[in-house]
Write a protein that binds this ligand. Structure first.
Ligand code: GLC
Length: 661
């Protein structure tokens, strides 16, 4: 049961796509005040658990900390980081009373989850203009499914997007890309995608190509396709200010860029230098920008990643003025305040709230200050692309994922988990984000494997890849200036071939489970707590995850570990994909076990009396054969396989399902 409560005059975010009449009575759970802002308070019982909030640091049970929905270009995902790139205001309280809450509010919102006061959930916003949805149901999963139903079906990528992708900020030339293909193909490491970071463009201008390298881009895309490689270019939110650059000129002429109070276009410096932001909240501007993807689609491109769309701001002319003043005051009188305060103020040049208050969107003929709708920007950039793909290529799926997101964006694309670091703790953090993201419909997701910032190590990369084997988006990506982390930068490339090959053997299962989750508004990754709610140990286990309906994954996330402790909430089959291509299977009893897993192996568990299909080795998705599958797990079990051509959109047909036994 979903009830909607409306306060003030909410901005229509279009997160919810089903019309729900609003209630006049007060919500059943919690108390609300609307004087001087919005405040929701709920008294948590001692053992209540709080799930949700999508992309955030810390545990699956969010209790005990404060999180702020405020889409941020955040390169430090620390334990005390309160905002990352997305805003996912959905929570499920599970315990004495079990219910879900969705605060549909497009600006900054604070979630104090028993942080200031140990038993209070307090949700606050500056303005009391929002829609609150209260969802009741049998259990958390039931509540989540009801929520997912009203926010619309999750994005479904083309099947090739379930392959392995290599990426790095810094690939520039055709030779860079050819080398990657050659290394993978000659050393039998599977590969389907190579990502093109900002250097493929001319001066970081969206929808342009560096002419020195890519004047014959269409041929190059075809050359890669012949080798079964999809090139996936990045698109950034800011449009470079440059006379004669058509996207800039058109945007100015049509008035499609965000403007300041005085009617002049707002200027923000990002990778290309000074840019303007397209007004993605204006449907016409969205259509205009979306149509630009056609330029690359027409050249054979079939996937994109949208970046810097919080939107990230390095600095603005106004910000530089502010900084100048701070610096002048400091030079004039260095003792007026401590030097680190000055440094701190200068650090506020990027992503400064003052800048976000300085520009406007045009929504239904009305000017809306960006700060009031900040969390909708990335969502609507990706929506611009998604809506365009529907117009331009209605029959076929296009790969799309974004950095920033809000609830509702899951209909148009997935996300990657942003600029993590090559830290063991981030491997675990990224694992824990999976179910929270699934709760808000974001199924196509994954982390930068090996870590984006900082230098990776061979063992960290191998262990991270062994987790990536299971995440729909499986991409090795790293930052300019860090240690290179393509598999061939390390010794014994065979170990990488072993781990990545497991992904391809599991694609029939992973794809099938992904599709079932998307088509049934289900989660692909569930916390153990959702499946074994009566089992106290399972409920607290956050470093293992249920994947689909048959599997439990137990990634290794500790340096130098030769294995790990695992908890089995029921009897299970321990499955280990070994380096020689064979599969070790061993029945294990419910309880605690220590499992040994070498760096070139991938472990998983199959639930009692269930089985999963595995395919033969393949070096790209096209070569995965759904008609040559073996079942592993418990004898006599059956598996319902979903399978389609991976290209078109005829999902809802019975022909796509068959029972394997
Ligand atoms: C941002 C993205 C990162 C990308 C870089 C350069 O930091 O998050 O993935 O490599 O920009 O485009």
């Amino acid at each position: 049961m979903i009830r909607k409560y409306v306060y003030g005059e909410p901005f229509e975010t279009e997160a919810v796509v089903v019309s729900i009449p609003s209630e006049t009575a007060k919500p059943e759970f919690g108390t609300i005040t609307t004087e001087g802002g919005f405040c929701y308070t709920y008294h948590l019982a001692d053992k209540d658990r709080v799930y949700g909030l999508g992309e955030n640091v810390r545990g699956i049970n969010k209790r005990g900390f404060e999180y702020i929905s405020n889409c941020t270009d955040q390169s430090k995902h620390m334990e005390d980081t309160k905002s990352l790139y997305g805003a996912h205001n959905f929570l499920v309280i599970d315990g004495k009373e079990t219910f879900g809450l969705f605060f549909d509010y497009p600006s900054k919102m604070t979630f104090d989850v028993a942080y200031r006061t140990k038993d209070h959930l307090v949700v606050t916003a500056d303005k009391a203009d929002l829609a609150l949805y209260v969802i009741t149901g049998e259990n958390p999963l039931d509540i989540i499914k009801q929520f997912r139903k009203v926010i619309g079906r999750s994005y479904i990528p083309p099947k090739f997007a379930f392959g392995y992708g290599q990426s790095r900020w810094g690939y520039k030339t055709k030779e860079d890309f050819r080398k990657i293909v050659k290394e993978h193909r000659t050393k039998n490491v599977p590969l389907d995608m190579i990502y093109m970071d900002i250097d493929y463009m001319e001066d970081y201008k969206d929808f342009t190509l560096n002419q020195e390298e890519f004047s014959d881009f269409e041929e190059f895309v075809a050359e890669m396709k012949e080798q079964k490689i999809h090139l996936v270019p990045i698109i950034d939110a800011g449009v470079k200010i440059e006379k004669g650059y058509d996207v800039y000129e058109e945007g100015i002429e049509k008035g499609y860029f965000c403007k300041k109070e005085d009617g002049k276009e707002f200027i923000a410096t990002v990778w290309p230098g000074e840019t303007h932001f397209p007004d993605f909240l204006n449907p016409k501007a969205r259509e205009w920008f979306g149509d630009k993807y056609k330029i690359l689609l027409d050249m054979g491109i079939d996937g994109f990643w949208n970046d810097m769309n919080e939107p990230a701001i390095f600095h603005t002319p106004e910000g530089l003025e502010r900084a100048k003043k701070v610096m002048e005051e400091f030079i004039e009188d260095p003792n007026k305040q401590m030097w680190f305060m000055t440094m701190h103020q200068l650090g506020q040049l990027s992503n400064n709230p003052q800048d976000y208050s300085n520009f406007y969107h045009e929504v239904n003929g009305k000017k809306v200050c960006h700060a009031q709708v900040h969390n909708l920007f990335g969502y609507n950039m990706t929506r611009a692309a998604g809506e365009a793909f529907e117009r331009i290529r209605p029959e076929e799926r296009v790969l799309m994922f974004s950095r920033s997101s809000y609830v509702g964006m899951h209909r148009y694309g997935g996300i990657w988990m942003g600029d993590n670091l090559s830290w063991w703790s981030h491997l675990l953090m990224n694992l824990k984000m999976l179910p929270s993201l699934n709760m808000v419909g974001i199924l196509y997701t994954g982390a930068d494997l090996g870590g984006f910032g900082a230098d990776t190590s061979r063992d960290l990369l191998l262990r991270w890849l062994a987790l990536g084997v299971f995440t729909p988006l499986m991409r090795n990506h790293s930052a300019l200036g860090t240690r290179e982390q393509e598999f061939y930068q390390f010794e014994d490339s065979k170990d990488f071939a072993s781990v990545i090959s497991v992904r391809y053997r599991l694609v029939p299962y992973l794809y099938s489970e992904y599709m079932k989750a998307a088509l049934n508004d289900d989660m692909l990754f569930k916390p153990l707590a959702f499946v074994y709610p009566e089992d106290e140990i399972a409920v607290e286990t956050e470093d293992q995850m249920m994947l689909g309906n048959e599997v439990m994954i137990t990634p290794i996330y500790t340096q130098n570990a030769e294995g790990r402790m695992v908890y089995l909430p029921e009897n299970m089959m321990f499955v280990k994909f070994l380096a020689d291509g064979t599969i070790h299977q061993e029945r294990m009893e419910k309880g605690i076990h220590y499992i040994k897993v070498a760096l070139n192996e991938v472990p998983l568990f199959i639930r009692e009396n269930k089985c999963i299909p595995v395919g033969e080795k393949a070096e790209y998705i096209d070569a995965v054969n759904d008609n040559n599958l073996t079942l592993i797990g418990y004898e006599g079990a059956e598996y319902l396989l979903y399978s389609d051509d991976g290209i078109h959109k005829n999902y809802d047909t019975k022909e796509n399902y068959r029972t394997l036994k």
